[in-house]
Write a protein that binds this ligand. Structure first.
Ligand code: PLP
Length: 478
C-alpha cells in the first residue's frame, strides 16, 4: 500500500481506494445529515479513553485509520449543518464548496503570492471584486483579503485602521464599540496592546443598537482630554439579536470626526443578497472596512472570512514587508501578493471554494436561500406570538430570534423564568435532538435561534418548540 519507504506516498491504487472511501463518507454525510443527531456530547475522559496514545512509531493500515476517524471523530463532532443546529452561528456549508477545499488541499496550492500561484491570486481578486460590488464598495480602488474567519478579519481591520489613522504613535488613540459588538473585536483590541483607558464600550439602546448620543458624548469628552478617537466598530447583524447598528448615522459621525469606520458584518452582511437586505443594511457601503464571513451566511465550509476595504493601498501600506528572500517574486504592481495584504504568508487557497460554489449555483440560488432563512425566522416569530406559552424577547432580525418560555397564566417571577429557560436548554441539548442554547438579553435568560440553514424547515422548529414545552411541563410537574 505504501509506495516507497520514506516518501510518505501511497500507490495510485491505494490512493484511489482511500479517496473513494473519503468521498463516499462525505456524500453520505450530506445525504443523511438530517437523520443524525446535531449534538455531540463527550467528556474529556471519554475522548482520552478513545484517542490518547503516544505518537505511533510504526505504520498502521490506512483503511483502519480512516475507519477510526469516520466512526469516532466525525461522529463525535457537533453537526453544525444539521437543520436543528440553531445555536451560535451555524455552519450550513455546501458540497461544492467542500470539494473546492478538497482540491485546494489536494493540490496544496500556496495562495500567498502571485508568482507561486497566479490563478489563485486572480481568483481571490475576482471573488473579492464580486463582494466589493455586492456591498457597494469601489471596485477599482477597493480591495480586501480572505482570512481564516471573522476574528482574523476584525483583527486585520483594527491593525489597518491604527496604521492609517495613527501611524507609529497610538499612545492616545481611542477605539469605540458597542456592548453588543462580537467578542472577537475586543480580543483584537487587546492583542494589539491597547490599554483599558483607550477602549470605550458604548451602551446600546433598548433595541440593542449603538447608542449614538452616548457615542457623541464620549468622543467629545475624549477630545477635551487630549485623546485621539481613531476607530469605531459598528455591527451589521449582532451575534445576539441580529441587530444592525444605525450605519448611516455612524458613518456621518466618523466622517465628521475623521474616525475609521469599521463594520463587523461577519454573519449578517450576507443578507445584502436578500430581498430586504439592501434596506436593512443601508449605509454598509460607507464603511472604511467591512468584515463578512463566507463561512457563515454565504454557506461556505470553514475557514473563510473576509475583510473588504475602500482603498486597497491601506492594506498594502500596513502589511508589506520586503525581506531579501522574497525579492525575486515581488512581481509588478498589478499582480497582488496577498501576503502583503494581511498577516499570513503561507495561506491556503480559500477563494477557490467561494468561486466554485458561486459559479456553480449562481448568486440567484444564494439570494433564494437567504430570503428563505429570513422568512422562516419571521414565521417562527409569528408562531411564538400566537402562543400562550412563549414570549418573544427580540424579534426576527437577519434570521435571528430570541424568546423564552413564559406561560401567561402562571405569573412566574424573573428568577423562576431564568431557571426554567436554562433548564429547557440543558434538557434539549442533553437529549441531543437540537442544539439550542441560551443567551442573556436585558439580564434575562433567553433561548436564541439563528436560522441561517436552508435545510431547516418550520416543522423542524415546531418539533423543537414542542420538545421544549415537554421539558418545561415535566419540570413544572415536579
Ligand atoms: C458578528 C461576528 N463577528 C465576528 C465573529 C467571529 O467570527 P469567526 O468565528 O469566524 O472568527 C462572529 C462569530 O460568530 C460574529 O457573529
Amino acid at each position: 500500500m505504501i509506495h516507497k519507504k520514506g516518501t510518505l506516498e501511497l500507490t495510485p491504487e491505494a490512493m484511489q481506494e482511500y479517496g473513494y472511501q473519503v468521498m463516499e463518507a462525505i456524500v453520505q454525510h450530506y445525504t443523511h445529515l438530517n437523520e443524525k443527531k446535531p449534538v455531540a456530547l463527550s467528556s474529556r475522559e471519554e475522548m482520552d479513553e478513545l484517542f490518547l496514545e503516544e505518537a505511533p512509531e510504526q505504520a498502521a493500515s490506512p483503511k483502519e485509520v480512516l475507519q477510526l476517524v469516520l466512526d469516532q471523530v466525525m461522529a463525535k463532532s457537533t453537526n453544525v449543518a444539521h437543520p436543528k443546529s440553531y445555536s451560535f452561528v451555524p455552519g450550513p456549508s455546501n458540497f461544492v464548496g467542500a470539494m473546492g477545499d478538497a482540491l485546494a488541499s489536494g493540490f496544496n496550492i500556496f495562495s500567498g503570492g502571485w508568482a507561486a500561484s497566479p490563478a489563485a491570486a486572480e481568483l481571490e481578486i475576482v471573488t473579492l471584486n464580486w463582494l466589493l460590488k455586492i456591498f457597494g464598495f469601489p471596485v477599482k480602488k477597493g480591495g480586501g483579503i480572505f482570512t481564516s474567519g471573522g476574528s482574523m478579519a476584525n483583527l486585520t481591520a483594527v491593525v489597518t485602521a491604527r496604521r492609517v489613522k495613527c501611524g507609529d504613535d497610538f499612545s492616545k488613540a481611542v477605539i469605540y464599540l458597542s456592548d453588543q459588538a462580537h467578542s472577537s473585536n475586543i480580543k483584537a483590541i487587546r492583542i494589539l496592546g491597547f490599554r483599558k483607558e483607550q477602549i470605550r464600550i458604548i451602551p446600546t439602546d433598548q433595541e440593542f443598537k449603538f447608542g449614538v448620543n452616548k457615542l457623541k458624548n464620549a468622543i467629545a469628552k475624549d477630545r477635551l482630554e487630549g485623546y485621539q478617537p481613531f476607530c469605531l466598530i459598528a455591527t451589521a447583524g449582532t451575534t445576539n439579536t441580529g441587530t444592525v447598528d444605525p450605519l448611516t448615522e455612524l458613518a456621518k459621525i466618523c466622517k465628521h470626526e475623521d474616525i475609521w469606520f469599521h463594520i463587523d458584518g461577519a454573519y449578517g452582511g450576507a443578507a445584502i443578497l436578500g430581498k430586504d437586505g439592501k434596506q436593512l443594511l443601508k449605509g454598509i457601503q460607507k464603511a472604511d472596512s467591512l468584515t463578512v464571513d463566507p463561512h457563515k451566511w454565504f454557506y461556505q465550509p470553514y475557514e473563510i472570512g473576509c475583510l473588504l476595504v475602500r482603498n486597497h493601498k491601506w492594506l498594502k501600506s500596513t502589511f508589506t514587508e520586503k525581506p531579501e528572500y522574497l525579492r525575486d517574486v515581488e512581481g509588478n504592481t498589478s499582480e497582488i501578493n496577498f501576503y502583503d495584504h494581511g498577516v499570513e504568508l503561507t495561506r491556503r487557497f480559500r477563494a477557490l471554494k467561494f468561486y466554485m460554489s458561486i459559479k456553480t449555483f449562481g448568486l440567484k440560488e444564494f439570494r433564494r436561500a437567504i430570503d428563505y432563512n429570513m422568512q422562516l425566522a419571521e414565521k417562527v416569530e409569528k408562531k411564538l406570538r400566537k402562543s400562550a406559552h412563549w414570549e418573544v424577547i427580540s424579534p426576527a432580525t437577519l434570521a435571528v430570534i430570541n424568546f423564552r418560555y413564559n406561560p401567561i397564566d402562571k405569573g412566574f417571577s424573573e428568577k423562576k423564568l431564568d431557571a426554567l429557560n436554562q433548564l429547557i436548554s440543558k434538557k434539549v441539548v442533553e437529549s441531543r435532538e437540537a442544539l439550542l442554547v441560551t443567551t442573556i438579553l436585558n439580564k434575562q435568560v433567553v433561548l436564541r435561534m439563528c436560522l441561517i440553514n436552508p435545510r431547516t424547515t418550520l416543522q423542524d422548529v415546531e418539533e423543537t418548540l414542542a420538545l421544549c414545552e415537554r421539558f418545561a411541563a415535566e419540570s413544572m410537574e415536579k
